[in-house]
Design a protein around this ligand. Structure first.
Ligand code: EPZ
Length: 420
């Protein structure tokens, strides 16, 4: 198993290019099931979660061929004859549930293992199932599997109890091949949902309103394969922007889209960092004095929960106090105890964390518990005195492509090592 070893103190300088977005690539790869042909996806990030989705598609009978760079995938779905997403895969990546809608819509059946609990919360999929049932799918639960069947899904008006990202994506894909019109109200509005709608429309679908809380889908009889480049990862971009502010650095984050990062930019500026759009990206200059900021995570366009842990590190070394409120997931403070091991002063009460900034964090051994928590521990290591070892970095590899190489190119003293 690998670990990341960081010696803190370097000011980050230079340019870093953002990879394709994990949370866009996953539903887009699943959407290939909706057309029977061969689609080509470019700017695909090389991540463990993408490998898991590729493995799942192959298990269903599709073929997934990477090009020599590994950033382009040719996905042929004409060979799909198996409709079962097994627990062994789903337990490693909940986003596997994204094959449920496309399989029922295109093949009339799907057997998908229930994902089970997760480090950051219960994360049920009741909204996914409720929406499919509204479209006429017969849903049964058996031995931990969701079994969904439908001769052909029917258009329906669906009102989600809460905005769910993968729920909206699953239902949007299902409705794309349903008979008639569907509406999804209280839909999630994340940029990855707009991107998936663009992809479905490119395949010949008729989706309108993605990015707003009401999405309308006119079902069509057939969708065709496409060639598509995945949009940049706003959370990876945000993570590097925090790294620049944290280390009092000067970094150009290339290929990110400022319009996807407004809430993050606003909080970085409130913390005293300078953030300026520049050709092809965003430049972030950190200031000697980091100010405490209060944050409440919200569905998009609010402050993203996937940036909460990274901003907690900024607050840990800021002047004054910050209050962070996590409203999306009930258990997304696993990084707090690890940051406390580095000397951070954080008090958690339910969904609220009160952070009193300290002069200095101190490097030590810390344990990654989930994807964004592991990113926050790497960030903390960049500013800690001495050496930090982040263990269990397989969490990090799920969502960051070669983060240690990208950071060392910016001047950080960071490397990957075996943790024997
Ligand atoms: C997506 O997860 C992202 N994953 C998550 O990113 C992200 O944290 C999350 O959206 C919120 O932005 C992918 O896109 C692959 P939700 P998702 O359904 O879709 C509750 C990362 O770090 N809920 O929007 O699973 C749920 O429990 C990952 O890259 C129900 O109650 O999140 C949660 O409290 C982590 N019933 C809230 O809604 C449902 O049927 C939002 O979850 C569905 C969700």
């Amino acid at each position: 198993m690998d670990k990341i070893v960081i010696t803190g103190g370097s000011r980050l300088k230079g340019e870093v290019r953002v990879s394709g977005a994990k949370n866009a690539a996953l539903p887009i790869l699943a959407s290939a099931i909706l057309s029977g042909g061969t689609s080509t996806y470019r700017n695909v990030p090389k991540l463990n979660d993408i490998r898991t989705m590729s493995k799942l598609l192959s298990l269903l009978g599709a073929s997934v061929e990477p090009d020599k760079t590994g950033h382009q995938l040719a996905v042929s779905t004409s060979g799909i004859r198996n409709f079962h997403a097994p627990y062994e895969l789903v337990k490693t990546m909940r986003a596997s549930v994204l094959v449920l809608g496309p399989l029922v819509a295109r093949h009339g059946q799907a057997i998908v293992s229930l994902p089970g609990g997760c480090a950051i919360g219960a994360r049920p999929i009741d909204q996914h199932l409720k929406g499919l049932e509204a479209m006429g799918a017969k849903i049964t639960l058996d031995k931990g599997n969701v079994i969904a069947r439908a001769r052909r899904l029917q258009g329906a008006s669906i009102v989600c109890d809460l905005p769910t990202v993968t729920g909206t994506e699953n239902l949007m894909m299902a409705a794309a091949l349903a008979k008639g019109r569907s509406t999804i109200e209280n839909a999630a509005r994340e940029p990855e949902i707009e991107e998936l709608a663009r992809v479905i429309n490119k395949m010949g679908g008729r989706v309108q309103g993605a990015g707003t809380s009401v999405i309308t889908i006119e079902g069509v009889d057939e969708l065709h394969p496409i060639d598509h480049a995945i949009l940049p990862d706003r959370i990876e971009a945000g993570t590097f922007m925090v790294a620049a502010a944290l280390t009092r650095g000067d970094v150009l984050v290339r290929d990110c889209l400022p319009e996807h990062l407004e809430a993050v930019i606003a909080k970085l500026r409130a913390a005293g960092a300078e953030v300026v759009p520049e050709a092809g990206g965003l430049r972030v200059r950190g200031r000697a004095d980091i100010l405490g900021v209060d944050i409440t995570t919200q569905p998009h366009p609010g402050f993203p929960t996937d940036m909460q842990a990274q901003f907690m590190v900024l607050a840990s070394v800021a002047r004054g106090q910050s209050v962070i409120t996590e409203t999306i997931f009930e258990n997304r403070y696993m990084h707090v105890q690890e940051l406390a091991r580095m000397g951070a002063d954080i008090h958690v009460d339910g969904r609220t964390a009160v952070i009193r900034g300290v002069k200095k964090l101190t490097g030590t051994k810390v344990m990654a518990t989930d994807l964004r928590a592991s990113a926050s521990l790497v960030l903390a290591g960049l500013v800690a005195a001495g050496t930090t070892e982040v263990l269990r970095v397989y969490h990090l590899d799920r969502g960051y492509e070669q983060i240690e190489k990208k950071l060392s190119k910016l001047g950080a003293n960071v490397k990957r090592a075996r943790d024997d």
